[in-house]
Design a protein around this ligand. Structure first.
Ligand SMILES: NC(=O)c1ccc[n+]([C@@H]2O[C@H](COP(=O)([O-])OP(=O)(O)OC[C@H]3O[C@@H](n4cnc5c(N)ncnc54)[C@H](O)[C@@H]3O)[C@@H](O)[C@H]2O)c1
Length: 451
């Protein structure tokens, strides 16, 4: 099979990882972005954000001369056979989905198709509420191009399941591929592309074909269920804290061994964040409410998550009465390890709250997210170059993100550097008994030991 030429609209986590993956396997890829600086950085073979393994993959793609980033979707469409849409679908102020990037890119793709003779397939990878592929993307392309879906162009919706921090691995080894299709021809073309791209991996990776709208809703089903598991673990952590000698880690380990469940995402902590869970749960909840259905579980999931990051401050208050004039350390800023993404990160909620409590100084350390943190907090907080520097002279430390390098810290690291060794483990990475013996220590999901 002759490899189709690919264009990808959007160079964020989804677009860039997919673009580099296709290019590294010999496909010619044109990616587009509305951000010129982003385009220049990528064309030089550098990544505009940190994602584990992406720098090597991108370097390979650029070396093969298979990837070019431009700012013109019309040109990208005219010079490719398949266009993937991976633009952002952020939250509006009222927490519903903002489809303005989808609307804009669909018009641009439609304009690109207007002068094209050949059949073209458009595949949405952005997370969008049911009906969007058919009624917004499809209709807009039809209007701008004067062409007909099914005959002149094909339309698919393939939800993206990659997780930040392991986006490259997830892209090369997905656990399933969902193809929502406007018609059989559209689905067949995408299916053939993945047969060629994944080859033997498809033996372990089912491809499910369905309607466009079902595929759109699969993505929300996934993220909402994962977010529900996190909020469930956090609700049980709050219950565990009512009782002496109950440890949420032990409880969830026991629960997760049930053959009908698994232990993933059953870890209590500072709550979920990131660019997907908060916005996707809110988006589908708003969408359902607008249509007259009140989703009870989703509302509870969000309600629990709203307070979870602040709960770290509540339990810190049991160790130190007031934050007034105190020096506070935050270990970990990104919403999870192995990524620099700080969108909706619990660290942002915690820092913003502490800034209203009269603290003397907030010293932070994160292995990768400083650039993102500076954009948010500018000079309101200090950015340290090592864990030691962040702990020096501190009155209280919040462990917010479980980067590997924090896991090896010993109680003595906190004792020797901090003015007063108060530590709150928001991710349950430290041995509770050992740390409780040596420090003023509290952890999510475990009542303090009597001293
Ligand atoms: N980040 C994730 O882990 C993840 C996982 C699964 C699904 N998703 C979904 O994928 C989509 C993209 O997410 P992301 O995190 O990669 O987004 P992002 O915000 O990191 O990047 C969006 C990109 O779209 C580009 N863009 C906007 N309008 C454009 C246009 N008209 N033409 C070309 N480029 C345009 C921006 O320049 C940027 O490069 C969202 O719907 C998201 O919900 C994200």
């Amino acid at each position: 099979m002759k490899k189709p030429k690919i264009s990808i609209a959007g160079c964020g986590f989804v677009g860039l990882v997919n673009a580099a993956a296709f290019a590294s396997r010999g496909y010619e890829v044109i990616a587009t972005t509305i951000n010129k600086e982003e385009a220049d950085i990528i064309n030089q073979g550098k990544t505009p954000f940190y994602e584990k393994g992406l720098d090597n993959l991108l370097a390979k793609a650029i070396k093969l001369n298979n990837l070019k980033v431009i700012e013109d979707n019309q040109q990208a469409v005219q010079n490719s056979d398949i266009t993937f849409i991976s633009v952002g679908t952020p939250m509006n102020e009222d927490k519903s989905i903002d489809l303005s990037y989808i609307e804009k890119v669909s018009e641009e793709i439609g304009n690109g198709l207007a002068d094209k003779e050949e059949y073209h397939l458009i595949v949405d990878r952005s997370t969008i509420v049911p009906g969007t592929t058919r009624n917004i993307i499809g209709k807009s392309i039809e209007k701008m191009s004067g062409k007909n879906p099914g005959t002149d162009f094909g339309l698919c919706m393939q939800p993206e399941f990659l997780a930040e921090g392991r986006a490259v691995e997830d892209t090369f080894f997905p656990d399933r591929i969902i193809i929502g299709e406007f018609d059989e021809k559209s689905g067949d073309i995408l299916y053939e592309l993945y047969e060629d791209f994944y080859k033997k991996h498809l033996e372990n990776c089912p491809i499910l074909r369905m309607t466009l709208e079902s595929a759109e809703l699969v993505k929300y089903g996934n993220n909402c269920l994962l977010a529900t598991k996190v909020s469930f673990a956090n609700e049980f952590a709050n219950i565990a804290e009512l009782v002496e000698n109950v440890d949420i880690n032990q409880v969830m380990e026991g629960v997760g061994l049930d053959y009908r469940l698994n232990s993933k995402f059953l870890r209590a902590g500072a709550g979920f964040g990131g660019s997907c869970f908060p916005k996707d749960v809110n988006a589908i909840k708003s969408w359902a409410e607008n249509d007259g259905y009140y989703p009870k579980i989703l509302n509870a999931v969000l309600e629990i998550n709203k307070d979870q990051a602040y709960h770290m401050i509540e339990i810190a208050n049991e160790l130190i009465d007031s934050f007034n004039n105190k020096t506070i350390t935050i270990l970990g800023l990104s919403f999870k390890p192995d990524t620099s993404d700080m969108r909706e990160a619990p660290s942002v909620k915690i820092i913003n709250k502490l800034l209203t409590e009269g603290v003397n100084k907030i010293k932070t350390y994160d292995p990768k997210a400083f650039h993102e943190a500076r954009e948010i907090f500018e000079d309101k907080i200090a950015y340290c170059e090592s864990i030691e520097e962040a702990l020096k002279g501190s009155d209280c430390c919040f462990l917010v993100t479980e980067w590997d390098e924090f896991k090896n810290l010993k109680p003595s690291d906190f004792q020797k550097n901090m003015k007063d060794p108060n530590l709150i483990d928001g991710r349950r990475i430290y041995n509770f008994n050992e740390f409780s013996k040596n420090l003023n220590f509290r952890a999510i999901g475990r009542k303090a030991l009597k001293k």
